[in-house]
Design a protein around this ligand. Structure first.
Ligand code: SAM
Length: 224
């Protein structure tokens, strides 16, 4: 049912570009864990949001093969936004570098290699949009650091992906269809994300909305 709904929504939403389609296909062919990549519908959503908000600087935590970085790049041609993207895994750093070169997006997409927690500490200035999409046990630390360092612009938006952890955040019984080989991984993610969701709800500096879309998406902004 979920796959049918996603297909219907994708078919009735903005299309992504041919470059994004090509990169998506390449990533699926190249990497066994390509389900880490955003879906085309998510890509179209990101582009919609980036344009709606007129973002001038984007921080992305978790680059993978560069699919979302390409989405941000394409959708910010008018504002010429800088896209800072963080990645740890050497294999995915190579894939991201390939994406940056192949699609000629290196003028505005800046890949920072290494653990995101360290990279965030070195960042300066503010970001209008922060996409949190890396290791799930890191989410709380990343968002805390972004808030503590005031890296989020006054009208900025933080978007955190996969906060349901395939349902495991809500209950370990929530998803009977989850494959046994990935269940321990997502169970651990679920524990970390439960703590993260509690943090978001209780931090007095922020407003937070957890949306039941995709694998759960949390939107955060400064409280006004
Ligand atoms: N944003 C990508 C997209 O939409 O296609 C998907 C990102 S994928 C879900 C998560 C990525 O975060 C992986 O490539 C992984 O190597 C990276 N990652 C995991 N832990 C990290 C860390 N501590 N610091 C930086 N990157 C990390």
């Amino acid at each position: 049912m979920a796959a049918t709904v996603t297909e219907y929504c994708t078919n009735h939403s903005n299309d992504v570009s041919d470059d994004m389609k090509e990169l998506w296909d390449w990533t699926v062919d190249e990497f066994e864990d390509s389900d880490k990549m955003s879906s085309p519908l998510q890509g179209a959503t990101m582009q919609f949001l980036a344009q709606l908000l007129g973002v001038k600087r984007v921080l992305e935590i978790g680059c993978y093969s560069g699919y979302s970085a390409l989405a941000w790049y394409e959708s910010t041609k008018q504002t010429k936004a800088e896209i800072v993207t963080l990645e740890l895994d050497p294999k995915m750093i190579r894939a991201s570098q390939r994406t940056i070169e192949k699609y000629k997006i290196g003028d505005r997409v800046h890949l920072i290699q290494g653990p995101a927690q360290d990279s965030i500490q070195k960042l300066t200035g503010t970001f209008d949009l922060v996409f949190v999409d890396a290791n799930k046990e890191g989410y709380e630390g990343y968002v805390k650091a972004i808030l503590d360092k005031k890296l989020l612009s006054p009208s900025g938006l933080i978007m955190c992906d996969n906060v349901f952890a395939r349902g495991m955040t809500i209950s370990t019984e929530a998803n009977p269809h989850l494959l046994e080989k990935v269940r321990p991984y997502w169970t651990e993610c679920g524990k970390a994300l439960r703590r993260f969701n509690t943090f978001c709800k209780s931090d007095p500096r922020i407003d937070t909305i957890l949306m039941p879309v995709y694998d759960g998406v949390t939107f955060i902004k400064w409280k006004q």
